[in-house]
Write a protein that binds this ligand. Structure first.
Ligand code: NDP
Length: 499
């Protein structure tokens, strides 16, 4: 296949201080269309000088126009931005699909939902209130102020690029912070298209800056710069650990949304057809490239074969192909590196003795063209000690583990370093409540899976993350509380003892 020359591809500049600019070094890098397996656009390759300019712009906007605006005005701008995203949702969704290969049905759906975050947090902007504390010391008035932190570095991955950025930008901006956003090198185009709407919505220049490039080149400068007050990151746990370490150098608060090895637990009293659909949605939707993928199926031994047969029947009908077609159910894997990683894990699982009952190879169906496709894959006879049961694959690969009773199911589910999500399939309210209490996971779904909302907190236990996104509590992550003491006594007490 002939590759388009880089010079013929559309070029996307960065957004710094409200201006569209080339990278300082004048360099560009290609971004690929995973379905076609070839580049479709060029992105500016930022360096540390670009990071410096973006942070300076964000710091100036924080001290200047954004800080001086009333919270109601800031909220109105966020809501206007939500309207603009709604008007452009289908166009933005299409850019995402071209860039990361995820289904248009999913990306369009996410884009149509994203405005709700800007409406919700825009509405919250002028409801951030301090408290008057009935302090125990006579003649003293004590109250608190909730203040923004400053410049927030938002670092986002490629799998749901605009949604995961929105989870950071909406509460951070509503709280009065300013942003330097570094999108994934694999999905910067939609971030830059989003960027065009900031000015239209009325954000003053510098409130949101977008620096594109490679995390390995500019990540450290962004996270460690002393003018950056907080880091909000979504991505792999290894990078998350690195970012946490860099942020620790400056004692900076972080929000980290990392990976998972989430268990979907199907009990023998479950509505089995419903559970099968839920398990499939947990692992094959988004080609398994989601932090909340239900990549482990724990199934009660008495219904093991029935559930596996049902999964096989549904997986066999899954339509693979062009992610821009509404009919496609499984699209390509986003990057060549991820494609090789998924195939490597399939080899590792076989080598460790798991049985591959479907898939287990690259997909070579004609409708997959030259894209990076992996067949939906299911392994049975999986043991807890196997890497396929412990490590995040980030692809359409399901590990099936049988259990005898509730005690064993919870034990297996919790026996992982991650704790992002879990699914429980049962008709018993007692089982549902007991399991949801005992599972070490930030989200537990009962008789459903992969549901998220701007209203409900999302985040990880254990190695799956730090802090919460979404819901009222998310905004707390972008505020700091100040206690103000006013003496009303008018007399100076003994200066040598604590007051
Ligand atoms: P990464 O964790 O590598 O990337 C996430 C973001 O961090 C990207 O913007 C990346 O930039 C940036 N980054 C990379 N290195 C640094 C650094 N040293 N300092 C600051 N920022 C940095 O995820 P990948 O996209 O490479 O995927 C790797 C694995 O992460 C996947 O295989 C999957 O297991 C997991 N993952 C989890 C996600 C989730 O939602 N929980 C989402 C995506 C991936 P750049 O893209 O330029 O490297």
């Amino acid at each position: 296949m002939s590759m388009p020359a880089a010079a013929d591809l559309p070029r996307h500049q960065m957004l710094i201080e409200g201006k569209w600019v080339d990278a300082n070094g004048g360099e560009w890098f290609p971004t690929d269309n995973p379905f076609l397996g070839k580049p479709w656009a060029m992105i500016a390759r930022g360096d540390n000088a670009d990071v410096d300019r973006a942070i300076a712009a964000a710091a100036a906007a924080f001290r200047g126009p954004w800080r001086k605006m009333s919270a109601s005005e800031r909220g109105a701008i966020l809501r206007r931005f939500g309207d603009l995203v709604a008007q452009n949702a289908d166009r933005l969704g299409e850019i995402e699909t071209r860039d990361n290969g995820k289904l248009i049905t999913e990306m369009r759906g996410q884009l149509r939902y994203i405005p709700q975050w800007f409406y919700y947090f825009g509405g919250l902007a002028d409801k951030i209130e301090g408290r008057v504390i009935p302090i125990d010391k006579p003649g003293v008035f004590n109250f608190t102020r909730e203040e923004p932190i400053g410049v927030v570095a938002a670092i986002t991955p490629w799998n749901s690029p605009l949604m995961l950025a929105t989870w950071k930008l909406a509460p951070a901006l509503a709280a009065g912070n300013t942003i330097v956003w570094k999108p994934s090198e694999f999905s910067s185009a939609s971030a830059l298209a989003f960027g065009e709407l900031f000015e239209q919505a009325g954000f003053p220049p510098g409130v949101v800056n977008i620096v594109t490039g490679f995390g390995s080149e500019i990540g450290e400068a962004l996270v460690t710069d002393p003018r950056v007050a907080k880091v909000a990151f979504t991505g792999g746990d290894a990078t998350g650990e690195q970012v946490y370490g860099l942020a620790a150098r400056g004692i900076k608060p972080v929000t980290l949304e990392l990976g998972g090895k989430s268990a979907n637990i199907v009990f023998d009293d479950a509505d089995i057809p419903n559970a099968i659909r839920g398990v499939v949605s947990g692992i094959f939707a988004a080609t398994g490239q989601t932090c909340i993928a239900g990549s482990r199926l724990l199934v009660q031994r008495s219904i093991h074969d029935q559930v596996v047969d049902g999964l096989l029947a549904l997986a066999r009908t899954a339509q693979m192909g062009d992610p821009l077609s509404d009919a496609t159910q499984i699209g390509p894997v986003t990057t060549p590196g991820q494609y090789r990683k998924v195939l490597d894990y399939i080899d590792i699982a076989r080598g460790e003795g798991a049985s591959c009952v479907i898939g287990g190879a690259a997909a070579t169906r004609p409708e997959c063209g030259s894209g990076w496709f992996v067949e939906p894959t299911i392994f049975t006879d999986v043991k807890q000690s196997m890497r396929i049961a412990q490590e995040e694959v980030f692809g359409p690969v399901l590990a099936v583990i049988p259990f005898e009773d509730e005690e064993e199911a919870i034990g297996i589910a919790n026996d992982t370093q991650f704790g992002l999500a879990a699914g429980v399939w049962t008709q018993s309210i007692r089982r549902a409540l007991t399991a949801s209490e005992r599972l070490e996971a930030g989200t537990v779904w009962v008789n459903t899976y992969r549901a998220v909302s701007y209203m409900s907190p999302f985040g990880g236990y254990k190695r799956s993350g730090v802090g919460r996104e979404n819901g009222m509590s998310a905004i707390r992550g972008y505020l700091q509380e100040k206690s103000v003491w006013i003496d009303l006594n008018g007399e100076a007490p003994n200066p040598f003892v604590m007051r």
